[in-house]
Each structure stands twice: as structure tokens, then as C-alpha cells.
Write a protein that binds this ligand. Sequence first.
Ligand code: ATP
Ligand code: MG
Length: 425
Amino acid sequence: MPLDISLPRAVKEILDVLTDAGFEAFIVGGCVRDSILGRTPGDWDITTSAKPQQVKELFRRTVDTGIKHGTVTVMVGKTGYEVTTYRIDGAYEDGRHPDSVTFTPDLGEDLRRRDFTINAMAWHPDRGLVDLFGGMEDLRRGMIRCVGQADSRFEEDALRMMRAVRFAAQLSFRIEENTAAAVRKNAPSLQRISAERIHAELAKLLLSSHPDYIRDACDLRLTAVFLPEYDLMRGAGTEEETLRCLKSIEPDQALRMAALLSSFEEDDKACAALAGRICRRLKMDNHTRGRIMQILTFRSLPLQSDERGVRKQLSLAGQEYYDDLLRLQRARVMGYRPADEAAQLSWIDEKEDLYRKIIREGQPFSIRQLAVTGSDLMEQGMEKGPRIGRTLQRLLNLVIEDPSMNSKEKLLAEAFAPDSGPGLL
Ligand code: ATP
Ligand code: MG
């Protein structure tokens, strides 16, 4: 039966406009692969024999996103579709960027420059599937295989080695033997790739349904380049536990990274500091790095069994982190499988119930939740300045001890009580 792919209307229209103008046009790459696998494509890329200028003339709204490389983004409503001219990549002098690109009228040449067979198929509703390198067969067998000679493909562009592992993890595929051998051989050249691009692939790997495939990145000598701490951890004998922990935590970037890094150091503070250095080295954004460090700093915080204790910890760690913390603690139990695993997990569940109850009931644990504000204090005559902040913190401490104190009347009385001391924590 011929392959049928259901195209979004806008994509069908773009193909029609190009074809009606006498050009060839196909959907290509990830969207073909994902459609065949029954997965939802992230984006729809189109490859065409039309030159960029010709594409621009055919569509009303276009953006020159990568015109040098032949890519024009066609806007339909608020969505952009990348339309790229058939091209051959020139030599990769630096293992990173092709030095030049040449346009070609031949779809086959465009497919040949692509990284893996499963990413090198094109499809058109009337012309069907163009699969010159056995991509369909590799999809069926679950194989990541380079188009052409694996060795020279990785020499051309070292990032492809990370992509091989990332696609394997996303699709639950295996890396074909020749391709794997070529990664092992070329792994050291990954150091030529920028930290940002390596991190982008690592993040996709960790967020996939097989974050544990980072083990393959280690087997293939890739972590030795971008995360040598992983190899040390493996040497220390805690890889199984780390991978189980990683698989047990939600697919969130900071959580997955924290789970991975949490077994690199025993001591919480040292672990958070090491994580900070690694995240910087990987050029991760500051927000995510901060979150990872916060989660790791508090990772052994003993969870409290009474509401007052939980309120105190929430005020210390922050609500967002408390949530993260519960998740990391649970994943670590699942990773390290202590003899009393079930008991420890249900203990964490109980603490989570308690925490949810506090949130649900709006029990106060942050200054924002106080029944008085800084302006209330000033209205009552307190001078602007550090005393306001100190007073609010003191009132918060009172309210954390006893939520029934959280009324404007009671707090104002407390704020101006004659024996109200220096108001420090
Ligand atoms: P994703 O779902 O992650 O977007 P994708 O297959 O669409 O997967 P992209 O990085 O968006 O991956 O690239 C689109 C296509 O361009 C790929 O399917 C592949 O054909 C080609 N490609 C991308 N990067 C490379 C590369 N480094 N070397 C060779 N071909 C590449
Ligand atoms: Mg894509």
C-alpha cells in the first residue's frame, strides 16, 4: 500500500504553490520520519528545486531565516514553514559548518548530505516516498545509520555523533554497528563543537523517554569529551543507580539534569557547586542552572512531618524548589533501591500530601501571603527602610508558627508592639 501522510493544510498549500509553478517540492527529514512512525512531527520542513529568490516571489510573507544556506521561512498565519532549496554542503574545514553550500536541481544530492538514513527521506502526496538509502528499512528495524561512510560523515560534522545518540534515545533505536564504531573513533573531535550545540543535543537526550541512553554516549567515548564526570561516576560504580534515578524523574530539564548530577558528589554543597561548574561549562541558561543548584543544595533536607515544619521549610527553600525536592528525593530512592524502598516512598508520599494540603488551604509561608504589606506598615507610620523588611520577616515567622495570627489587625498590633526587639530571624 502506498504510504499516506496526512499533511497540515498549510503544508499542502505550500507544496501545491511550488509544484504549480513548475518546481519540485517535498516534505523532508524529521517530519517524514515521525509521520511514518506515527509520532507527531515537531515541524514540517520542505525541500524544493526552487531557488530562495524564486520561493520568495511565490509567497506573500516570507522571512530570510537562513537565506545563505538556502532557507526561506514561509509564514502562514502565525506559523512559519522552512522551505530550503536542494543543496550540497561544501567541505567542512572545521568539522562544524560547511564552508559553502551549492544549490542543485537534484533531490538525490540533497538527501545524500543528510545525517542518517531515517532523516534522509522525502515525500510528496502524488510522487510518494523518495528513499534512496534504505531509511524505511532502518525505521522498521529501529536503526540509526549514517548516510554514506559513517567515518567521513562524522569527520565532516562532529555534532552528528551526539545526534546519533539523541535520536536513538528519542526513538528507542539502536545505533548500527559501523556507525557506532565510527563514533568511537571520531569521538575526540566533538571538542570542536560549541558547548551550546552539544548541550542542546544532551538536553534532548535527557528529556527523551530513554535518558538512560547517556550510557551509550559514555560507551561511545562522547561523555569523556563533554561530561568526563560521568566517566568518573561510572568508575566509582554507581552508574546503574544513577540511570534508574534519571529514568524515575519527570522529563523536565532541570530535574533530569539534577538527577544525573546528583550522584557525582556525596556532599550536598559540593554536589551543587560541581553542578554549577558543569552547567556553566555547558553554557546552560542561568535560570536552569540556578534551579539545578538549588535542588541539589537542598537534596537531603529532612522532610518534615508536621505542618509547621513544612511551612518553615517552604519559606526556606521556596515552593517551587520544594516540589522539585520531593521529586528528586523520590527518584533517588527509586534509583538506589534501599532495603526499605517501599516504606521510604510512601513516607515521601505522605509528606507530599501534607505539602499539598498546606498549599490548598493557603497556609502562609511567604511574605507575599501576609495579611499586611510594607505599605500598610508605612501608612501606620513606620519609616521607609530596612526596618520594614525586618518587621515583615518577623511577622512571617510568627505566622508560620501560628497561621491564626495572619490577620491585619493582629499583625499590625505585633508590628508596633513596644517590646518587638530587633526583628531578626
Ligand atoms: P527534530 O524532531 O529534533 O527537529 P529533525 O530530524 O527535524 O528532528 P533537525 O535538527 O530539525 O532534525 O534537522 C532537520 C533535518 O536536517 C534532519 O532530519 C536531517 O535530514 C538534516 N540535518 C540536520 N542536522 C544535520 C547535520 N548536522 N548533518 C546532516 N544533516 C542534518
Ligand atoms: Mg526539526
